[in-house]
Structures are given as C-alpha cells and as structure tokens.
Design a protein around this ligand. Structure first.
Ligand code: FPP
Length: 252
C-alpha cells in the first residue's frame, strides 16, 4: 500500500508530543526568482508569492510554540539588484504590513525590523514604524524582519558602538567581553537561533547572523520559498527535535 505523507496537523501533534521546540528559528527565504522563472514570470511575481509563505510560516511558528522567528527579507547585497526589483520588494514590504498588521497584532506577534533602515524609502520606513509601534506590547511570538541587513556590517556597527563607549570613558578595552559585544548587536535581547532553515537547496549562510549562529543547527530544504509553508516548517522542527546539540562538548 503506498504510504501517505503525514498532514501538517499530524506533524504539529508530533512536535507537541516530542517537546524541545526550538526557541528561535531563523530562515533564509531563498528561491523566489527561480520559482517565478520556472513559470516564465518576472522575478517580482516570485517575491509576491513568497509573501504568502511568510504568512504561513508565522502562523506555524505561533502554533508550534516557537518564541522568536527571524526572517532574512532583504540583504545589504540586495541593493545591487535591478531598480525595478528593489522597488517591487519595497512595495511588497509596505503591502505585507498594511495587510497583516491587524492579524499580527491580534495573534500576539511582536514585530521588530532590524537592519540599516535609513536606506528604506520614506513610505516603507513609515510602514515599518507603524507595525513596530502597533505590535510592541505583544509577547506570543517575536518576529524579526531583517531588512537592509548584513552580518558583517552588524559586527562593524557593534565595534563602532563599543569604540564610542571607550572614547566616552564609559568602558575600558579590557572590559570588552563576549557579552559586552553581544549587547551591541541588533539582537541584543534575543536568544541565539537554535535552528536555521534555508530554502531552495543552497548551502550557504550568506552573511546572515554571523555572530549569533555559532552553534545553530542547519536545515537545508530543497523547496523554493514560495512553496514553503506550515508543513515544511513542521518537518524542519521535527528534524531539529531529533538532533543532539553538544555545543562543542562530548555526548551526555
Ligand atoms: C530570495 O530569493 C528572496 C528575497 C531576496 C526576498 C525575500 C522576500 C520575500 C519572501 C517577500 C516579502 C517578505 C516580506 C517579509 C514582506 P531570490 O530572489 O534570491 O531567488 P533566486 O535565488 O531563485 O533568484
């Protein structure tokens, strides 16, 4: 008899039985362009379809009890894409916020937007401000949207902030520890990601959360981002739940 793949609901039930849900899941949402090209459509069509996947994954994260979800939505390198694609991504961000802000607020999602935000268009910047303010008191799921973000730039920024503290006489160079450094990152008050999911089969970190991912478990999915949903998220979480994390130590 052919075996039937378990449904999303069955996978969710299994996650709950198993326990040990990752506290923080980070995702590199890759493959929108290829998904559109496969359909002979322009790349922005793939990004638009990717927005639906964002919605599903946020829903799945809330249902499975993840506390922090970090999505890499726009990298600093993405500013080098054709102007038409950048414009499409900026207006999708505005559209996503306009459409989802009420539901995000009602579901208890706190949205944070992290990166070099002074490069955003004024309309995108005010949409970002709106969703951050309207959801700031929520605490069911923290949704970090990384926009105009690069891991190396974040590290340089942290070094600058520490140097400014030293110059102001607030800190002695000998006092700079890992925790002082961590305190200057965008993710200062966030646990490090337990699980990184990258879609579309690529096996790279692509300048995402370089400091924070020192001990993160990696899950590479062959699925292109627009086809990723609750079911695929639950499969990744179940895979994570079966791993042994040793953080450089020997097995217990
Ligand atoms: C990578 O695919 C994806 C992006 C650069 C953008 C991600 C944006 C979204 C999922 C939609 C909007 C999201 C929010 C939160 C509003 P790619 O274009 O590099 O794909 P490719 O590798 O197939 O070319």
């Amino acid at each position: 008899m052919p075996s039937v793949a378990p449904s999303a609901e069955e996978l969710l039930a299994q996650i709950r039985i198993q326990g040990g849900v990752p506290r923080h899941v980070a995702i590199i949402m890759d493959g929108n362009g290829r998904w559109a090209q496969e359909r002979l459509m322009p790349r922005p069509y793939g990004h638009r379809s990717g927005m639906k996947a964002v919605r599903e994954v946020v829903e799945g994260a809330v249902e499975s009890g993840v506390s922090v979800l970090s999505l890499f939505a726009f990298s600093q390198e993405n500013w080098q894409r054709p102007r038409i694609e950048i414009r499409a991504l900026m207006s999708l961000l505005e559209e996503y916020i306009a459409r989802e802000v009420n539901e995000l607020r009602d579901r208890g999602v706190q949205v944070r937007v992290l990166g070099e935000l002074d490069r955003l268009t004024p309309a995108a910047a005010s949409a970002v401000e709106r969703v951050v303010v309207e959801t700031e008191h929520n605490d069911r799921l923290q949704l970090n949207l990384f926009i105009s973000y690069g891991g190396r730039a974040e590290l340089v920024r942290a070094a600058r902030l520490l140097a400014a503290d030293v110059q102001a006489g607030l800190l002695n160079p000998d006092q700079i520890s890992e925790s002082e450094f961590q305190a200057k990152l965008y993710t200062a008050d966030c646990p490090d990601p337990d699980l990184l999911i990258r879609t579309s089969g690529e096996q790279r970190i692509s300048n995402f959360l370089l400091w924070q991912m020192a001990y993160t478990e990696l899950f590479i999915s062959p699925v292109l981002w627009p086809d990723f949903g609750r079911r695929e998220l639950f499969e990744a979480i179940l895979d994570y739940q079966n791993r042994e994390r040793r953080f450089g130590r020997v097995p217990a």
